[in-house]
Design a protein around this ligand. Sequence first.
Ligand code: MTE
Ligand code: MO
Length: 225
Amino acid sequence: MAETGKDPEITLQGRIKEKLVKRKQEWAREGRLLTGISAQPAQRLPPGQRLVSDWPVLDLGVQPDVPLTHFRLDLDGAVENKASLSWEEFLALPHAESVSDIHCVTQWSRYDNHWKGVTADTLVSLVRPAADAQHVIFHAHDGYTTNVRLDQFDQPDVFLVYQWQGKPIRRQHGGPLRVLVPRLYFWKSAKWIRRIEFARADRPGFWEVRGYHNNADPWREERYS
Ligand SMILES: Nc1nc2c(c(=O)[nH]1)N[C@H]1C(S)=C(S)[C@@H](COP(=O)(O)O)O[C@H]1N2
Ligand SMILES: [Mo]
């Protein structure tokens, strides 16, 4: 098992699936799964999606194990008030609940997920991004990164979640804490979140540099760039 970052208590299980990453990159290049149809967000199921009732697991082949005693969330970059929160400090923030749908670029959608966590708004108020910080980069324990604009992050339905359907989020789904950006394809919702960086310049993440769309709006079928 490999170590992530500096903390030997946080371990990675598995190894990066190079072939799977290559295949998905190939699909992006070929524009696979595209229907060429746009829809209004009033239509609940975005174009080219099908409903599932289970919750598929997607990762790079590595699932970090983050004990709560060693949990830390850093909020930094172009902010007035950097923060580095332990699990207890994170839980002491005001929390909220929400129900939202998941839309994965691999064409599955899952309705009515009940989440509990801390809203993006709470975190933004805590750190106070600089006036010219317009981007947010998520950094995860498995080395995964993904980027959204600050105006996409600072929405009432965007959360850092630690519960799903009333139970702690399991490790394979990014527990103890993951990002939730329900109105973008699910690859923007980083699992095993370690650090949230506020930035002046955009920086495409793991899938974005491999041909996935920078914006990722499911209703405009922004699967690939
Ligand atoms: N840290 C991390 N976050 C990640 C990923 C990953 O490989 N590592 N995969 C992304 C992708 S492509 C998807 S579709 C969702 C899958 O989340 P799930 O396994 O809980 O369904 O997580 C996203 N967040
Ligand atoms: Mo995905």
